[in-house]
Design a protein around this ligand. Structure first.
Ligand code: SF4
Length: 262
């Protein structure tokens, strides 16, 4: 598939790797799902077994635990197509998510155009290995994975020095920053989460950390933590950080149903 063959009146680069768009009326949010060649190979990558936004799938937990591996999307949208799908919508927030949006060369242009068209507050989810142009990004949600080099290597196949340095760079840039990490019993345990919290606190103990409980994934033997285990990891992290939130698969979804735009 040739991702890089478009030209555009909007800018030199209309290249975009968006394969799926969801609108959340309750939160006035639009969620752009990107598909790139990720620079990590996380053992617990949900995108490898389910490409659709989980908010659309009441049975998403069953799907991620039973689905076979996903194939690459058949079609990616151009910048113009993605923007046209936002026409007439009341949008406060644009969220860039999926298989590493920071590697999508069109993401910074889409962020700029969303800000210009809808005055959106733009949020980038990233593993932080590579930092794109963040000029039109208001907030970065940074998945730290692990701070112990061996744990990071085992889980992602990569080296965490770049992402840790980039975490500091984003903080030093003055942008709003949140960290997130997944608790996976036997892989990323509560003690590793406490180390992550300690690392963040050395930069600023007011940076929020969100802990997510792993969901059973097809092809992987790891189990999901219980709600109590997620809460215990959060208690350890709270020794170092002022704000620690946590989510587990046991928690219900709130708000009216989202709408699939593409
Ligand atoms: S960084 Fe994200 S998209 Fe990339 S492999 Fe890990 S979980 Fe998947």
């Amino acid at each position: 598939m040739d991702f890089y063959n478009n030209t555009s009146p909007i800018g030199k680069l209309s290249v975009l790797c968006i394969y799926h768009i969801v609108y959340e009326p309750t939160f006035k949010s639009i969620i752009f799902h990107h598909w790139t060649e990720c620079n990590l190979k996380c053992l617990g990558c949900y995108c490898k077994v389910e490409k659709l936004d989980f908010s659309l799938l009441p049975d998403w937990q069953i799907r991620v635990s039973t689905n076979p591996p996903e194939k690459a999307p058949e079609r990616l949208l151009s910048l113009e197509e993605a923007l046209s799908m936002t026409n007439g919508l009341d949008i406060d927030r644009a969220i860039f998510i999926g298989v590493e949006p920071s590697l999508d060369p069109g993401m910074p242009v889409l962020a700029r155009e969303m800000k210009s068209k809808h005055k959106t507050y733009n949020i980038l989810f990233t593993n932080g290995v590579t930092l794109p142009d963040l000029s039109n990004i208001d907030e970065v949600i940074f998945s730290l994975k692990a701070v112990t080099p061996e744990s990071y290597k085992n889980y992602t196949g990569g080296d965490n020095r770049k992402s840790m340095a980039n975490f500091r760079r984003v903080y030093n840039s003055g942008k709003k920053l949140q960290a997130e990490i997944t608790l996976i019993p036997g892989v990323i345990d509560a003690d590793e989460i406490e180390k992550v919290a300690r690392f963040i606190a050395l930069i600023d103990n007011k940076i929020p950390l969100r802990i997510t409980g792993f969901i059973q994934l097809s092809g992987q033997a790891f189990r999901a933590p219980t709600g109590v285990e997620v809460e215990s990891a959060a208690t350890l992290a709270k020794r170092h950080l002022k704000t620690v939130n946590y989510l587990s698969g046991e928690m219900p979804r709130v708000g009216t149903p989202p709408i699939r735009l593409f």
